[in-house]
Design a protein around this ligand. Structure first.
Ligand code: HEM
Length: 505
């Protein structure tokens, strides 16, 4: 049974906590358990599981991983980060390779890290970054030529890398160094995934060409970041970028307990104002060390570039497949921009563009499956979990629930019109997660994505050269794989001129 059936099962059971069902996924085989379907077709396999219960055990060899299928259980996990902490092979590998930054750190040091990083993501700072974003986007999209075939996935990776490095480190990266950072990051990100999925331990220390390439790229990245931090520490010049804010981060917004409450935490998470643990308290007023700044910068590069790029690649794929939605986007963009590149001030009037990106994030959330590990004995869906149990949730699976999202396979940006979005149950839409580990870069990402989409829509119509089926490739992030598309200009002879400027809706 597919997801459609799953919702039927859930609706029939009703929401009362005593009616939770806990089961084991069907089809396991001796020794391997469910490893084969999970490896070969993870999305279909996970999407089939809500039909079997609210909490479903998946066997991977001798181990069990628990998939939380019901949004209320996922909320319980995300809102209790002390019981359900970061852990498991992906986080452990990332921590080993990239350092102990915000994405990978465990709960004992998270609060301090988040407090120190949060000023970098204040709305006022994002508004400043949007200026840098607009300039980078205009330069990149302006270089495309009519008739040119682009791999849209690659083009979005390149653009997102330019925007993110520009906002993070501005003038410290000349174009050559920025290109080197992008190339190193791509090698490192592929290597991290390989090491998490195929944990061969010491074999990764052998001097094979692949291992040497990975080691060189990682060492170079660390060296470049160290150099930039050292240069900033030794200078009094201000660049107005994220690194300036990070190095000068201070706690200046006291919360109800007299301690600063990071933006985005208080509304989401009951633990946001919890008393500090003894490990957290003594360090709270100290600024970031160079090592911490280094780890944070690496984290923002790794967490920010690929996720936003793939969200945009999916958006462009969906628009090419839905010309009516594309026409509506063009109408909005022509009306708001009248042929000029988008600027940060245009954002409030690009509501449809934002809904298009949001709907792409629903259908293809880059962070499609995330894990937590229990730190203590606990109960989930009435089932006892021992300390060290791995729980998994999939935004991809949640976002396909037909109860929360009628006709879930349909690309329907109007779901996010205010009058309809209010009907989406809490916890059903989680592209940026929730609770105190919610994405710190959500506004950053949405600002970037809407500016990129508007800049492209103002000038270009993108179409695949021939019809083909695009299937999601579930790696660390959910990718459409290569997306060749031909650029047709919307200005000049092969496309309509922008509409006469009019009042935006
Ligand atoms: C569309 C783009 C993005 C998506 C879909 C996305 C998604 C997510 C998700 C699902 C998480 C939770 C991860 C977990 O629980 O392990 C997360 C965390 C995080 N993201 Fe993003 N992200 C995006 C863009 C960005 C950007 C642009 C940045 C920074 C420049 C960023 C920085 C982070 C950081 C630092 C965390 C860890 C937060 C914490 O634990 O306190 N993300 N993101």
């Amino acid at each position: 049974m597919g997801i459609r059936g799953a919702a039927g099962v859930r609706a029939a059971r009703g929401p009362a906590p005593h009616s939770w069902t806990v089961s084991t996924a069907p089809g396991g085989v001796p020794l391997l358990g469910h490893a084969l379907p999970l490896w070969r077709r993870p999305l279909d396999f996970l999407a089939s599981l809500p039909a079997h219960g609210d909490l479903v055990a998946i066997r991977l060899g001798p181990q069990r991983v628990w998939l939380a299928c019901d949004p209320a259980l996922v909320q319980q996990i995300l809102m209790d980060p002390r019981t359900y902490d970061k852990g498991g092979p992906l986080y452990d590998t990332m921590r080993m390779v990239l350092g102990n930054g915000l994405v990978t750190c465990t709960q004992d040091v998270h609060r301090r890290q988040r407090r120190l990083a949060q000023p970098c993501f204040r709305p006022s700072r994002i508004a400043d970054y949007a200026q840098v974003m607009s300039a980078e986007i205009d330069a990149a999209v302006g270089k495309w030529r009519p008739g040119q075939t682009l791999d849209v996935t690659d083009a979005m990776m390149d653009l997102s890398a330019r925007v993110t490095t520009g906002v993070l480190m501005s003038t410290s990266l000349d174009p050559g160094l920025a290109a080197e950072v992008r190339a190193c990051l791509s090698t490192v990100m592929r290597g991290v995934l390989l090491r998490a999925v195929v944990p061969l331990g010491p074999l990764y220390r052998l001097p094979t060409p692949g291992n040497r390439r990975f080691d060189r790229a990682l060492a170079r990245l660390h060296h470049i970041i160290d150099g930039i931090i050292a240069e900033r520490r030794g200078s009094t010049a201000r660049h107005g970028d994220l690194l300036d804010t990070l190095l000068g981060a201070t706690d200046d917004a006291p919360g109800p307990d007299g301690r600063a409450v990071p933006e985005g935490l208080a509304q989401d998470c009951p633990h946001a104002t919890a008393a500090p643990t003894p490990q957290e308290a003594p360090h709270d007023q100290e600024p970031l060390t160079d090592q911490e700044a280094h780890d944070q910068l690496m984290t923002f590069l790794v967490a920010g570039i690929e996720t936003t790029a793939l969200a945009l690649a999916w958006t462009l794929h969906l628009l090419a497949a839905h010309p009516e939605e594309e026409r509506r986007l063009h109408a909005e963009v022509d009306s708001v921009l009248a042929g000029r590149p988008p600027a940060p001030d245009d954002l409030p009037r690009l509501g449809h563009a934002r809904r298009v990106v949001t709907e792409a994030l629903r259908m293809y959330p880059p962070g499609w499956a995330l894990t937590r590990v229990t730190t203590t004995e606990t109960t989930l869906a009435g089932h006892r979990l021992a300390p060290g149990s791995t729980v998994l949730y999939s935004a991809y699976v949640l976002h396909q629930d037909p109860v929360a999202f009628p006709d879930p396979q349909r690309f329907d940006p109007d779901r996010w019109l205010p009058e309809r979005a209010g009907g989406v149950p809490g916890g059903a839409m989680l592209p940026f997660a929730a609770g105190n580990r919610k994405c710190i870069g959500d506004h950053f990402a949405m600002t970037e994505a809407v500016l990129v989409l508007a800049a492209i829509a103002a000038r270009w119509r993108l179409r695949p050269p021939s019809p083909r089926t695009v299937r999601p490739v579930p790696a660390a992030v959910l990718s459409p794989g290569p997306l060749p598309m031909v650029c047709a200009s919307r200005r000049g002879p092969d496309g309509p001129a922008p509409a006469v400027p009019s009042e935006a809706p």
